[in-house]
Design a protein around this ligand. Structure first.
Ligand SMILES: C[S@@+](CC[C@H](N)C(=O)[O-])C[C@H]1O[C@@H](n2cnc3c(N)ncnc32)[C@H](O)[C@@H]1O
Length: 373
């Protein structure tokens, strides 16, 4: 289950492209702009795996995630320097009609971009994500090889077919990353329904009983499920850094969470940059939480939660480099590094912090340190 009964995944009513889907694609594309060159500078081969790839194009003509990924590679200003590396794209789509449509879109794109670069290999696979991922893993085991660094984009309509254990096996390579759409609305509706135990155990990699452990009926169930899923990505898949962004619709309800998992702090920084550059609007915003408060990703964000967090975390510390405060903001708050100086400036003006500037250093340049009360 986990999908609307009686509506097929190829039904055209499912292929409208609302603004938040466009924003999700924008975020994916911006992230890949940073990820492709970093990864290909270290590795001969890089894999982009779209596990729930879709039809390739939406009703309004907007490109689906597979074309977004291909376009961001081929149009990249450093593509000429990257083209001697191998880029392998797996677009996995279970629905036959959708897979056929996707294949046509990919072929048309290749024709448009002829001559197609020899080292960019594209596979459209009409199969379920879990079946495909298992067969990739079996082949690698037979050949005693490791999977190349992989960026997996997992974007289902529901909550079935993306087992936690499989994500763990697939993404064990240290440079692999995950961007997954966690459909929390469906999960919270169905988690206690009879017949959903196996689907939920597979999704979370633990029994429903354990998922709901410690949850009281008065608490926010959606927030609880977010926390458990994020913890599982950390503990089971082994991502050091897991961030989640809520898609808030116009009624203030959470439609889904986008989770990003990586083992590198540079990846967190890149995803934060991509997230904060998204143009909100069209009746939705993305948000995250800090100390129980929602932080909305808007052009003029409320910086008060960041100010409070910086004062709390660095309380009593002397000689703290500005870069340490910036990394703290990136890794442990919803904010990015560009939000730190606008917080430090008024703190200095109000005499709350003392700033030590070596001769010749301006503002909060490298070498400037802060004493906290
Ligand atoms: C939300 S859509 C994907 C949208 C696409 N990622 C994009 O951004 O353009 C989910 C797709 O997953 C397909 N699907 C459903 N179950 C699947 C499974 N177990 N494995 C692979 N694809 C599946 C559906 O047919 C549908 O096309």
């Amino acid at each position: 289950m986990g999908r609307t009964a009686m509506v097929s995944d190829s039904d055209t009513s499912k292929w409208d492209c609302p603004p938040h889907t466009k924003a999700k694609h924008d975020m994916l594309g911006r992230y890949l702009d940073g990820w492709f060159p970093i990864l290909s500078s270290w590795n001969g081969r890089v894999v982009f795996l779209d596990g729930f790839a879709g039809r390739g194009r939406y009703n309004d003509g907007a490109e689906g995630s597979p074309l977004v990924a291909l376009r961001h590679l081929l149009d990249h200003r450093y593509f000429p320097q990257m083209r001697h590396r191998e880029f392998v794209f797996y677009f996995v789509e279970a629905n036959r009609d959708n897979a056929e449509s996707l294949l046509k879109e990919v072929e048309a794109f290749k024709t448009e971009r002829a001559p197609w670069p020899a080292k960019v290999r594209v596979h459209v696979v009409n199969e379920k994500f879990d079946v495909t991922a298992n067969s990739i893993l079996d082949t690698l085991r037979e050949q005693k090889r490791n999977l190349a660094p992989t960026f997996a984009f997992v974007d289902p309509f529901g909550y079935s077919g993306l087992p936690m254990d499989l994500l763990a096996a697939l993404l064990s390579y240290p440079r692999s990353e995950l961007f997954v759409n966690f459909m929390v609305g469906h999960v919270q509706r169905f988690i206690t329904r009879d017949g959903q135990e196996n689907a939920m155990r597979s999704l979370f990699g633990m029994d429903v009983r354990d998922v709901l452990n410690g949850f009281s009926e008065e608490a926010d169930r959606v927030e609880h499920l977010r926390a458990v899923y994020g913890r599982q990505l950390q503990e089971r898949v082994g991502f050091d850094h897991v961030q989640s962004f809520a898609m808030l619709n116009s009624t203030g309800n959470i439609g889904y969470y986008l989770f990003h998992g990586t083992r590198h702090r540079a990846g967190v920084k890149l995803m934060k940059d991509a997230m904060w550059k998204i143009d909100p609007g069209g009746g939705f915003t993305f948000s995250d939480r800090l100390a129980g408060q929602d932080v909305l990703f808007t052009p003029e964000p409320d910086l008060r939660p960041l100010r409070a967090e910086i004062l709390r975390h660095f309380s009593g510390r002397q000689g703290v480099p500005v870069s340490e405060i910036e990394w703290h903001a990136i890794l442990y708050t919803p904010y990015r590094e560009t939000h730190v100086r606008p917080v430090l400036r008024p703190l200095e003006q109000d005499g709350v912090i003392a700033v030590r500037r070596p001769a010749g250093k301006r503002q909060f340049a490298d070498g400037v340190t802060i004493n906290f009360p």
